[in-house]
Ligand binder design. Structure first.
Ligand code: NAG
Ligand code: NAG
Ligand code: NAG
Ligand code: NAG
Ligand code: NAG
Ligand code: NAG
Ligand code: NAG
Length: 456
């Protein structure tokens, strides 16, 4: 009997070691790719933005004021913007100018390309949306300003895009359960475009999402500010969907929902130097709603400060989805008073009804957290709540120091997750490998014969 137990232990240990060995090499294999997602030098410097002033000769200025915009914040300037767009879009090397010091009221509008080369959209004034949901254009229920089908366009300036969202927020079912749940417009969207630069602009008080990048490739966003109140519902700061090769840098986001949300069909996303707060954190997801497929891969966040947010670094998926989140690296992140600093939530449920547990899930693997420090508002400073049937794997923690300010002990919550710790990891995350350990304990201590049968 004793001999069998001993042999069983040896067998199990070698199997476990084998598993860990394999997962380590997978890990490093996978992480090579994410490691190679480092920032290139030119991305780290501020862009040399094209000068728009006409005395430099080569640019053709298309001023919205020349098309009859009044800029008084009251008159409807939609037509002037549409006509100025038509002119600027069809003229090579033109600058569509929204001049400083004035406020332009513009209805829901689609600015479509393709345009002539080297268009610059120079927004120095303020553009505001009509504030009354009841009068909103029924043809554009979910959008205010949409720019689509563009290549090589730069959006820049010190202007403000203001969604005038107050009445929309009050009409949200998240604010008042007697309201019907209907979606509000996204304020500013760049859709189906490539080689886009966005710099210097401020997005604020959006009806719902502030700034959406959808179905784009090669987008660089620098030095933007997003600002919506902490209690404004679903006002994501910057939302990426179906987009690849996106750099988001040196930006400050404070809002009522995710500072950044990265959803399906997005990959090669680099974020650097972000401030987030208030808000719900920097999120991948949600993914997998209504049994859908969600795929996000190769995401890097380097250097961020999150303050007073409800989440820090979050991956959220619904039960019942499919697809994967793979190859994510978070590093050099400071948290202050963040409720869930590190969280993977595969039981996400943003619905009035409870979401039933299901067997399928969006698979989460190769997620690395490195140099993450600061304070947690909740006990579970790290929370890995993974699907029982599709565990999270290859979660790597290196140099983590998260503590509670109130003197209580912070801890790590694990459900169905495997991974490894390096360096100092505080709170300790021994539960990351607990499935292997409990496997040894339960099986070896109880029924040795069964082990041999199951393992062979
Ligand atoms: C802008 O919206 C208002 C309110 O619905 C409407 O009266 C006006 O005609 C719209 N302007 C344009 C140019 O369509
Ligand atoms: C985008 O422009 C191309 C021409 O460059 C055109 O073929 C295509 O239909 C346009 N797509 C949309 C969605 O407008
Ligand atoms: C919610 O909306 C109902 C109906 O419009 C209104 O009577 C009630 O005062 C609102 N409640 C809050 C908390 O605003
Ligand atoms: C997610 O993107 C994939 C393509 O990468 C697509 O097949 C799938 O339908 C998308 N899922 C949703 C929910 O849109
Ligand atoms: C998702 O799939 C589960 C299991 O097949 C099914 O019970 C459920 O109704 C599906 N949900 C939706 C929204 O299609
Ligand atoms: C789903 O499963 C998780 C983990 O096993 C459990 O904590 C949670 O209570 C379950 N939720 C429902 C709605 O059954
Ligand atoms: C983590 O922090 C240490 C100490 O500040 C620093 O030397 C190291 O470069 C950081 N790691 C990364 C990946 O930035």
């Amino acid at each position: 009997m004793g001999k069998i137990v001993f042999l069983s232990i040896l067998l199990v240990l070698s199997l476990v070691r084998g598993t860990i060995g394999n997962s380590l090499s997978d890990t490093f294999y996978g992480f090579d790719e994410v490691e190679s997602l480092d920032f290139e030098d030119d991305e780290l410097e501020l862009l040399e933005l094209p000068s728009w002033s006409s005395q430099h000769g080569s640019k053709i200025l298309v001023n919205v004021d020349s098309f009859g915009a009044s800029g008084d914040g009251v008159s409807d300037d939609t037509k002037a913007f549409e006509n100025a767009w038509t002119k600027a879009c069809s003229t090579a090397k033109s600058v569509l100018l929204v001049p400083p010091g004035r406020t332009y009221l513009v209805n829901a509008t689609r600015f479509k390309g393709p345009c002539a080369t080297k268009l610059i959209v120079q927004i120095d004034g303020t553009i505001i949306a009509p504030d009354e949901p009841m009068n909103w254009d029924p043809k554009n229920p979910r959008n205010w300003l949409v720019f689509s089908n563009l290549t090589g366009v730069t959006f820049q300036g010190h202007g403000v895009i203001d969604g005038s969202g107050k009445k929309w927020w009050a009409a949200s079912c998240k604010k008042n359960k007697t309201n019907p749940c209907v979606g509000a417009p996204s304020a500013f969207t760049i859709d189906q475009s490539s080689s886009i630069k966005v710099s210097g602009l401020t997005f604020q008080n959006s009806q719902q999402m502030n700034f959406v990048i959808s179905r784009c490739d090669s987008v660089r966003i620098y030095s933007v500010v997003v600002s919506s109140p902490e209690d404004s519902p679903n006002t994501d700061g910057i939302h990426l969907t179906g987009s690849t090769n996106v750099v988001l840098q040196n930006s400050k986001i404070g809002t009522g929902d995710d500072c950044v949300s990265i959803v399906n069909a997005s990959s090669n996303i680099k974020m650097k130097n972000l401030y987030c707060g208030p808000g719900h954190g920097i999120s991948i997801g949600s993914l997998g709603k209504d049994n859908s497929t969600g795929i996000v891969s190769k995401v890097v966040l380097d250097t961020a400060f999150l303050k007073g947010t409800t989440n820090g670094l979050r991956i959220k998926t619904y039960q019942g989805g499919s697809g994967y989140v793979k190859g994510v690296r978070y590093q050099n992140v400071k948290m202050e008073d963040v409720a869930n600093p590190i969280i993977i939530d595969q039981f996400y449920c943003d619905s009035p009804k409870t979401c039933q547990n299901q067997t399928s899930a969006v698979e989460i693997s190769q997620i690395m957290y490195q140099n993450i420090t600061g304070s947690s508002k909740s006990t579970d400073a790290m929370k890995f709540a993974c699907s029982d049937t599709v565990p999270c794997n290859n979660i790597i923690l290196k140099n983590i120091n998260l503590m509670r300010l109130d003197g209580k002990t912070a801890q790590t919550y694990c459900n169905s997750v495997t991974g490894i710790n390096y360096g100092q990891v505080q709170p300790s995350a021994d539960c990351l490998t607990s499935s292997d350990k409990s496997f040894i304990q339960e099986n070896v201590v109880s029924d040795d014969d069964r082990i041999i049968h199951t393992e062979l």
